[in-house]
Design a protein around this ligand. Structure first.
Ligand SMILES: Cc1ncc(COP(=O)(O)O)c(C=O)c1O
Length: 411
């Protein structure tokens, strides 16, 4: 029986990550370094030197918390509007709504899955305070165009680089163009420390405002940190046993018994805030981040390589997300008439395909009313969500897996 191939499922975890997490769980002298310690500053230093050019950085427990703080630093609040693309994640919308502002949905371009420039322009009103530029699946958006629209309307910009860490637009790193760049180090992202995020900015006034808020952040509890560390150690074990059936039960039990954490909590899907964040990035998770950080370029080069193989083996007529040299392919996304059925059939072949985003605001079981999204607002995004299917490109995918994955799709 062949091992299961996954899309997502904490794809960046390798042996060294497991060793680091285990050391924090087992070594007595490390038990006192879970919340605070030198790794927090080291992580900030790494981010700042990666982006260079007088970039200032701050880390958070997650990208969603970072985004929330970015919006607050830009004075977003009650009565303001924030332009955000459809075909995004509910946690982005929650961050906007928690400030009291209204998310205004802008439709996407059919092929890039990024915000449509003309529609962004026409969505601007005197109430618009911020425009969020998302680089979907690692494909840079039309940054210059969107920033020009924002400037014209006196609107601030945030780049949502949850999918695009290391991707370059015209040779410059995404995240470094807007007033503030938001990074995510969640389990399914470019690099991972289970859960984490950061903000970067070159604007010193903005940085001061961000830092003031950051100083007031609470620390994650030991229980939450333990869940994250156990996730690193136990999740790969469950994955390796998945094809035998017991892995699935094992992973389910870990979640049901709250031994490990969830990526997105049920209350978040209904637009509610989770009690334990925003908070600081714990020292123990910063240690995982420091370990993965130097691998950004190699991991992205691997993703690009796997994407090239998919492209070569796909039919000419296959409807895929725009391919460019700038794309880092967090996932290789194509569009089919019945993605749900293909996912089901491929699963029987031991290939778990991705479902980002199977709903216009993902994941698929989100309460769209809570997101203030009404059907018909963004027809292109709705159509793309009804057809999207993602293939894995992560570091565990080998060249030989590509044929197996495509064969499972073709079934
Ligand atoms: C487009 C996008 N932005 C932001 C986020 C938030 O990142 P995090 O999971 O670190 O909170 C996500 C999460 O999946 C996302 O998909």
């Amino acid at each position: 029986m062949k091992k299961t191939i996954f899309t997502g499922f904490s794809p960046n975890t390798r042996a060294k990550d497991m060793t680091i997490a285990t050391s924090f769980l087992l070594f007595p002298w490390k038990l006192f370094q879970w919340k605070q310690g030198p790794n927090q500053q080291r992580a900030v230093d790494l981010i700042e030197s990666y982006f260079g050019d007088s970039t200032n950085a701050l880390t958070y427990d997650s990208g969603r918390s970072a985004l929330y703080h970015a919006l607050l630093a830009l004075d977003v609040g009650e009565g303001d509007e924030v332009l955000v693309q459809a075909f995004t994640c509910m946690v982005v919308i929650n961050a906007i709504r928690w400030t009291g502002a209204t998310p205004v949905y802008v439709d996407i371009e059919k092929n890039t899955l990024n915000m449509d420039l003309a529609k962004a322009e026409s969505a601007c009103t005197p109430k618009t305070k911020v425009l969020i530029i998302q680089h979907t699946f690692g494909l840079p958006a039309d940054i210059e165009g969107l920033i020009a629209v924002a400037k014209k309307h006196n609107v601030k910009t945030i780049e949502d680089c949850a999918h695009s860490l290391g991707a370059r637009y015209k040779g410059q790193l995404t995240g470094s163009f807007a007033d503030i760049g938001m990074l995510s180090f969640g389990g399914e992202k470019v690099i991972s420390c289970v859960r984490g995020g950061a903000l970067i900015t070159k604007d010193t006034t903005l940085f001061d405002a961000l830092q003031k808020r950051h100083d007031t952040l609470s620390q994650s509890t030991r229980r939450v940190i333990r869940q994250h560390l156990l996730h690193v150690v136990l999740f790969p074990i469950g994955k390796s046993l998945y094809h035998l059936g017991i892995g699935k039960i094992f992973l389910k039990l870990l979640k049901e018994l709250h031994i490990t954490n969830k990526i997105i909590y049920p209350e978040e899907k209904n637009g509610k805030q989770v009690a334990w964040y925003p908070s600081q990035l714990p020292n123990a998770l910063a240690a995982l981040l420091i370990h993965q950080f130097p691998h950004i370029e190699a991991m992205n080069a691997h993703r690009k390589h796997i994407a090239t193989l998919y492209k070569k083996q796909c039919k000419e007529t296959t409807d895929i997300q725009t391919e460019t040299d700038e794309h880092i392919y967090l996932r290789f996304t194509l569009f089919v008439d019945n993605p749900k059925k293909i996912r089901m059939i491929a699963k029987k072949q031991g290939v778990m395909l991705g479902d980002w985003y199977s709903l216009v605001i993902g994941p698929g079981d989100v309460d769209l009313d809570a997101a203030k999204y009404t059907k018909g607002m963004c027809p292109v995004a709705e159509e793309r969500a009804s057809k999207a299917l993602n293939l894995p490109t992560d570091i565990h995918i080998q060249d030989s897996d590509v044929t197996r994955i495509l064969a499972a799709c073709n079934e």
